[in-house]
Design a protein around this ligand. Structure first.
Ligand code: FAD
Length: 296
């Protein structure tokens, strides 16, 4: 099923993201994680590509096929253009098709510091166009509520986003953020620029301080004072910090859902405990809005 259909049938689409493990020795763990996430009945599960592992050793296809054909959940396979040749992309599209994977998150990928030329594509919109010229897939793309870290400002980034969407994007998934007002401002500006596809809010429950420092350095998300206080207060109490991080994410989600967002995409960091706590916390709210299967 195309994920775009889910947005038509549900008030709020609720999905998870996982990443393939770096080492092949931990591959069993990721299958256990997926089996646990399956019990939470997400609308779809996305699998990153290249991020946190090497492209050459990519497990995105294998894990997406398992999600579709064994768990019977829609997978969203991420695909980046970094260092990819069109021929390689075509082969991967064929493999995805053969494995019944119909949904792709088309991304540029992060440009390695030492590599100014990134392959045959420079931007995600070129990958979107290329996929659209092939077999029909449902295509998602990334968006950035605070502007992409390399763009001059939010306005310029949204202009580029509009161009990308017009190349054939069916829905958008946002970068993580910790201040909902920044997301609402972004939604407002995107609608004014004529972006009409559903935009899912990306939420990451932060469960340790190192994780947050890394994320902020990578994507530049702003940290509200309230959030910093939590990090400082519980930094030496791992369990308290984890629970406070989950509570903060839940508060964000309840506010977003109450404000009518199209969907929530949870960056699970391959942690089923955190995904379970969040799902339990929003289950009643989502069920009251959607006619969904019992979760958890
Ligand atoms: P683009 O849409 O190409 O944008 C990149 C930059 O170029 C922006 O600054 C944009 O404003 C600018 N730009 C775009 N179009 C034009 C144009 N026509 N002219 C001039 N400038 C333009 N990375 C991975 O490696 N693997 C993953 O699995 C992965 N998953 C992700 C999932 C989500 C939901 C998100 C939000 C990000 C993910 N990323 C992943 C990170 C992503 O690859 C990086 O943020 C990357 O730097 C940008 O990718 P993009 O697809 O948004 O690029």
């Amino acid at each position: 099923m195309f994920i775009s259909e889910l947005f038509k049938n549900k008030k709020v689409v609720f999905s998870f993201e996982i990443f393939p493990p770096k080492s092949t020795s931990s591959i069993n763990t990721i299958y256990n994680t997926l089996n646990e996430l399956n019990n939470l009945n997400p609308d779809y599960i996305s699998v990153t590509y290249g991020a946190g592992g090497s492209v050459a050793n990519n497990k995105t296809l294998e894990l997406s096929a398992y999600i579709k054909n064994t768990l019977n959940i829609e997978p969203l396979a991420h695909l980046t253009c970094i260092n990819s040749k069109k021929e390689e992309i075509d082969n991967l599209l064929l493999e995805l098709r053969k494995n019944n994977v119909e949904n792709i998150l088309a991304l540029r990928g992060d440009v390695p510091d030492d590599n100014l030329k990134i392959g045959e594509y420079n931007y995600a919109y070129e990958l979107v166009e290329h996929i659209n010229n092939k077999n029909k897939f449902c295509i998602g793309a990334a968006c950035y509520p605070e502007g992409h870290i390399q763009s001059q400002n939010l306005e310029e980034d949204i202009d580029n986003l509009k161009f990308k969407v017009d190349c054939g994007v069916d829905f958008l998934v946002s970068q993580l953020f910790f201040d909902n007002n920044l997301f609402y401002n972004f939604l407002d500006k995107s609608i004014k620029k004529g972006i009409k596809v559903p935009i899912q809010a990306g939420i990451m429950p932060v469960t340790n301080k190192k994780q947050i420092q890394r994320i902020v350095s990578l994507c530049g998300a702003k940290l509200p004072d309230k959030f910093i206080k939590i990090m400082d207060r519980y930094e030496n109490h791992p369990e308290a910090l984890r629970d406070a991080g989950i509570a903060y994410a839940l508060e964000q989600i309840v506010d977003l859902v109450s404000s009518g967002v199209s969907g929530i995409h949870l960056y699970t960091m391959n942690n089923p405990y955190v995904a379970k706590k969040i799902t339990e916390g929003v289950k009643t709210i989502l069920n009251s809005l959607n006619d969904v299967k019992e979760a958890v």
